[in-house]
Design a protein around this ligand. Structure first.
Ligand code: FAD
Length: 255
């Protein structure tokens, strides 16, 4: 079945709604409470930065979970998982070659949600770094700087391609780095744990071009079940379809 789109921004990610693809766990590195995994998958259109897919193990809990894509090329998806929860821990333990059911891609690409009239500082904490690295690789013209932070120096081994602030080593968080790198005229794309997003909203929500990528429990993934609806200034919107990226000014409850 094909998605019906109601506006131009959703038209950018037309794709199958229910058809799931069969993938296989191709590689995995675990360090510092995170795992970086690669899944090889056929018959899936390549996700754009900011989009997510729903994953579940073929032999395992039935309900799929949402994961942002760290890197994507035809037939190969990479993810950064925080090892805190049933599926993420199961993926970190599964044997290479284990079958993974992949559905998507879903969500509106970040690029369709933001203004192209400015460059952005990308502020990412923990697994929230994943979609921002994907964005930075695809859109160098929109990326001014990155401000990424993690707890635990071991995570550096998982993300050798980027600089990370390690709180206990550098005495700095992603938000501290953002403060150093942001100046008037730049935008912000932020993804990370809610306390980090709240801190950013507190300080920068009034600045034009500040966006936050939100996480809720996702049900269907394409907007039908409404289970991921959130309150915004424009009414109830669905994280899975209207987001996951929202202008910070649209979600005043975050402050
Ligand atoms: C758009 C989007 C993108 C996302 N991208 C990523 C990503 O790139 N990487 C990533 O790691 N996550 C990502 N997430 C978050 C991820 O989808 C959720 O955390 C999901 O619930 C993980 O599934 P799980 O089975 O591993 O964890 P779950 O078992 O669902 O657990 C999630 C959390 O709830 C707690 N929990 C579970 N059961 C209980 C209980 N009975 N009582 C109290 N607490 C409980 C767990 O300890 C854990 O902290 C994303 C979410 C969204 C919406």
């Amino acid at each position: 079945m094909k998605r019906t789109s109601s506006n131009a921004s959703t038209a950018a990610h037309e794709g199958p709604l229910f058809s799931a693809s069969s993938g296989h766990l191709k590689s995995r590195t675990v360090a510092g409470g995170y795992a970086r995994i690669t899944i090889e998958v056929d018959r899936l259109s390549t996700p754009e930065p900011g989009q997510f897919v729903l994953l579940r193990l073929r032999e395992g809990p039935a309900l799929p979970r949402a994961f942002s894509v760290l890197a994507a090329e035809l037939g190969r998806l990479e993810f950064l998982l925080k090892l805190d929860g049933t599926l993420r821990e199961a993926l970190a333990r599964a044997a290479i070659g284990t079958e993974v059911v992949v559905r998507g891609p879903y969500g509106t690409p970040y690029e369709s949600r933001i203004g192209r009239d400015r460059r952005y500082v990308l502020a990412g904490g923990g697994s929230g770094i994943a979609p921002l690295l994907h964005f930075a690789a695809a859109h160098p013209e929109l990326t001014e700087a990155v401000a990424f932070g993690v707890r635990g120096r071991a995570v550096r081994d998982l993300l050798p391609e980027t600089a990370l602030a390690v709180e206990e080593e550098d005495g700095e968080t992603a938000t501290d780095r953002l403060r150093k790198r942001w100046k008037r005229g730049l935008g912000i794309l932020a993804c990370g744990p809610e306390p980090m997003l709240r801190g950013i909203a507190e300080r920068y929500a009034g600045e034009p071009g500040t966006y936050v990528s939100l996480e809720t429990r996702i049900g269907c993934g394409f907007g039908a079940c409404q289970g991921c609806s959130i309150e915004t200034r424009s009414g109830m919107l669905r994280v899975c379809r209207d987001g996951p990226l929202f202008a910070c000014s649209e979600v005043p409850w975050l402050r």
